[in-house]
Write a protein that binds this ligand. Structure first.
Ligand code: 13P
Length: 250
């Protein structure tokens, strides 16, 4: 069975002092857990802190966004090269909180995905539907469009070595996670969608589930065949809770 991947998304939380403590606590609790891959995605100002505390440890780290452009007059943006500069290895792309609040289009997200891949960063592409879309029964259509925009632009090979995270918007931060069956069904759909273009890329693809994962529900979720790990928001802000989720994946 392939190793599971658990990614902490700290979102816009923390400061120098609390991050230091949380990273040290992660290291204390997770260093001996060698059956699961662990990543933490920090806010930009703390990249150097992650670099100095986590480099050479079992915990990989990355950012929560990057620019769709390589370089230039783009005030406030952070490029893939800049993430490379610090030694980041992962980057979250297209999180729904950004897509909603900053109007990120599927086309922009596709360009960011390409930026990450072409700079040796592992993209964690977030896809998922709203509650209205689920209730209308169009969730697969919505997720298919998010995936297809990338495939149509760059080909399905680009998913080789990438990570996709299914994050139903109605499950993020609500305490109402998708059921294991709901998540499995969408994960299988995503894998099949990519497999119809490129079987190798699809079978090696890690598909994470994100949205109100906690140490209790993680056990059942991570048992499902196409759930290769989790993208964890709130529970990742407690080292104890995050350890519980990582243990469920190990
Ligand atoms: P929560 O775990 O807080 O629901 O957040 C999920 C998420 O958005 C991870 O990217």
């Amino acid at each position: 069975m392939p190793r599971k991947l658990v990614v902490a998304n700290w979102k816009m939380h923390g400061n120098l002092i609390s991050n230091h403590q949380l990273m040290i606590d992660y290291l204390d609790r997770l260093s001996a857990l060698n059956t699961v891959d662990v990543v933490v995605c920090v806010p930009y100002p703390y990249l150097a802190q992650a670099q100095s505390l986590l480099n050479g440890s079992v915990i990989a780290w990355g950012a929560q966004n990057l620019s769709k452009d390589s370089v230039g007059a783009f005030t406030g943006e952070v490029s893939a090269n800049m993430l490379n500069d610090f030694g980041a290895t992962y980057v979250i792309i297209g999180h729904s909180e950004r897509a909603t609040a900053y109007c990120e289009s599927d086309e922009n997200i596709a360009a960011k995905f390409m930026q990450a891949k072409s700079h040796g960063l592992t993209p964690i592409l977030c896809v998922g539907e709203t509650l209205i879309e689920r209730e209308a029964g169009v969730m697969e259509m919505v997720v298919a469009k998010q995936i297809d925009t990338i495939i149509n632009r760059y080909g399905a090979e680009i998913f080789s070595g990438a990570v996709v995270s299914y994050e139903p918007i109605w499950a993020i931060g609500t305490g109402l996670a998708a059921t294991p069956d709901q998540a499995q069904s969408m994960h299988e759909f995503i894998r099949n969608r990519i497999a119809s273009h490129n079987k190798e890329a699809a079978s090696a693809l890690k598909i994470l589930y994100g949205g109100s994962v906690n140490p209790q529900n993680a056990v059942q979720l991570f048992r499902m065949q196409d759930i290769d790990g989790g993208l964890i928001g709130k529970c990742s802000l407690s080292a104890q809770e995050f350890e519980g989720v990582c243990r469920a994946a190990s």
